[in-house]
Design a protein around this ligand. Structure first.
Ligand code: PLP
Length: 379
């Protein structure tokens, strides 16, 4: 018997897409993270960080969890807080969908909407600064700090990456995922480059985000992008990066709902478009694993609402052949992402990253070093 909803996090299915894959191309598999109980991949990082914080005494009974999140990580924390009995405060921004806001409230989280944009045209820095300030003011508060806490990528190194390799083994040719805090791409790429270095790793970002360099501007894809390269991501492990426009991401997600019966959000639409492009260049023995980080229900009023799509000037009726043509025309943004890394060590100080994060990071770095040394020894 399962003793807590939290035990159902992880072990998500890897799904083939028979109506979209072609017999003469590489075969795309979706790692479908909607099956986590909080509905997204963020459950994995959230439970890992909270369990580790409890273990170290950084989060105590009666404590308050405070986090900056555009939605999914906040929802995961709100669910975990409800299950474990913590107060949860989430700082969101105007891009957060009304469905996500409702979900946060369902789990009893308190929500603060941050409306001031930062110097990158986004809300990340203003949200993070305010979350750090609140954490200093509120007694017995803990900041999971998904953007600066290396436990985020560690969660994916320990769970998501192992599941993918367990299901796919030596047929895995390419791995594709979206990036924001770099948790998933950082953790999974580190695992793959350690245990299966022949696998090509592709990061997907939004046009307007500058994780892989380039001009920062506003964009509409939720959950993706950042104004700098996150510490959770080592760009040396990423072979190639794509930047996808808002419309490309949204129309692709809609097309997959009708072509495969698979609901996904816009960030996954962006990844799925890149997966179709890569498949066109590979052979049928090759497997391409594409992360589908959440489901589509939370975007019913935006992505799946024709009126909303029309208001953005996005097409509403793109059929699957149009999507395949769009995929064929994609060009990588960079074939050497490490050369355009945009790390910002000054942010640790200017955003006042909490001591608890820095302490957790020291430990993760120590463990990574030990792991490296022991794998050298085994070799
Ligand atoms: C739907 C969705 N896709 C992709 C990402 C990016 O994942 P990460 O923050 O691990 O880079 C997020 C992060 O919030 C997300 O919510």
């Amino acid at each position: 018997m399962i003793t807590s909803i939290l035990e159902t996090i992880g072990n998500t299915p890897l799904i083939t897409i028979p109506n979209s894959n072609r017999a003469n191309e590489g075969q795309v598999l979706f790692k479908y993270e909607r099956f986590n109980p909080g509905g997204s991949i963020k459950d994995r990082a959230a439970i890992h960080i909270i369990n580790e914080a409890e273990r170290r005494g950084l989060l105590k009974p009666g404590g308050t969890i405070i986090e900056s999140s555009s939605g999914n990580f906040g929802i995961s924390l709100a669910m975990i807080g409800a299950a474990k009995g913590y107060r949860v405060i989430i700082l969101i921004d105007p891009k957060t969908t009304s469905a996500n806001l409702a979900l946060l409230k369902c789990f009893g989280a308190e929500v603060i909407v941050v409306t001031e944009k930062d110097d990158c045209g986004s809300y990340h820095k203003t949200r993070i600064s305010l979350a750090n300030k609140l954490a200093m003011e509120i007694d017995n508060a803990f900041r999971p700090d998904q953007c600066f806490n290396l436990m985020n990528s560690e969660a994916h190194y320990q769970s998501t990456a192992r599941e993918i390799m367990g299901d796919c083994s030596n047929k895995l040719k390419v791995f594709i995922t979206a990036v924001s805090t770099g948790g998933q791409l950082g953790g999974i790429s580190r695992y793959l480059k350690t245990f299966a270095p022949e696998v090509q790793v592709i990061g997907v970002d939004a046009v307007g985000s500058s994780i892989f360099g380039g001009h920062a501007d506003s964009y509409r894809i939720p959950g993706i992008g950042l104004g700098w390269t996150p510490v959770n991501l080592n760009m040396e492990y990423v072979d190639c990066a794509y930047k996808i426009t808002d419309e490309q991401a949204f129309v692709t997600a809609r097309a997959f709902a009708r072509n495969e019966g698979i609901l996904m959000g816009p960030s996954s639409g962006a990844c799925a478009l890149v997966a179709l492009k890569v498949a066109q260049e590979l052979t049928p023995q090759d497997r391409i694993v594409c992360m589908i980080s959440d489901g589509g229900e939370r975007y019913i009023q935006t992505l799946f609402n024709d009126e909303w799509m029309q208001q953005q000037g996005f097409a509403t009726n793109a059929d699957f052949e149009t999507i395949r043509t769009m995929a064929r025309q994609l060009q990588p943004w960079s074939m050497c992402p490490a050369s355009s890394a945009n790390y910002r060590s000054d942010l640790t100080q200017s955003l006042e990253v909490p001591d608890s994060t820095l302490r957790m990071n020291l430990e993760v770095e120590g463990r990574r070093y030990t792991r490296q040394v022991s794998s050298m020894y085994i070799d």
